[in-house]
Design a protein around this ligand. Sequence first.
Ligand SMILES: O=c1ccn([C@@H]2O[C@H](COP(=O)(O)O)[C@@H](O)[C@H]2O)c(=O)[nH]1
Length: 270
Amino acid sequence: MSFMQALRTRWHQADSLVCVGLDPEPAKFPAQFAHDPDAVFNFCRAIVDATAPYVCSFKPQIAHFAALGAEDALQRLIAHAHAAHPGIPVILDSKRGDIGSTAQHYASEAFDRYAADAVTVNPYLGRDSVQPFLDRADRGVVILCRTSNPGAGDLQDLAIDGRPLYQHVADKVAHEWNTHGNCALVVGATWPQQLREVRMIVGDVPFLVPGVGAQGGDVEAVVTNAKTADGTGLIVSSSRAILYASNGPDFAQAAAAAAKSLRDGINRHR
Ligand SMILES: O=c1ccn([C@@H]2O[C@H](COP(=O)(O)O)[C@@H](O)[C@H]2O)c(=O)[nH]1
């Protein structure tokens, strides 16, 4: 099943638009992992298993693994998610972008090495840099559009032909690059007005929406501004607020409760 089919199926079957972000930070792990040589994998696996009933996807962030030399844990974690929770797509957040000949290797890294169902990509180098990802029609290509961070507007808001750059990205992705129907866009939860503007431009193209939880984005504003007509279209991602809801022995249950609470909060406004 393609990423887009799996996502749509999961939205409906789990009645959830929640994505749990997997951003391991060992200093925040509960004490029980202090002497565990495989702590990154074991912590993340417990989170995946506890939160699976409440999510439409998982989103491991590659830097959190690579900085620890834990690429092997990332590979095993994605394999575990697929085996234990079939039908829940995994989005590798790696924000890759390079010339085409190198981008081919980044696409292979995400889809062949890690077996991710989708990957985040930086569009700054232009279409040929994204093409190796777009060509994998069964996998999702989640392209940065208007990011959630405070400095997002420094470049993304620069006006070109009377429109901010992020609107050009949205337009190009939706109307030129999405020939296989496998594109999605990153639009931060911290920018409700931009969420609405991008939705107006791109129709039903899905949004990956980071920025609720630790970054303070407003769930109601996200849903009302960015949902599609059928009340879906969103992958609302939260990492720290779920992963570190408790640092006690109940960490997995606390994460599950936080994921369920986010799901229910979103669904109240769909
Ligand atoms: O615009 C963006 C794009 C990606 N991210 C990533 O999402 C998570 C957010 O973590 P929280 O703990 O929920 O704040 C993190 O992995 C970022 O790299 C983003 O925040 N904004």
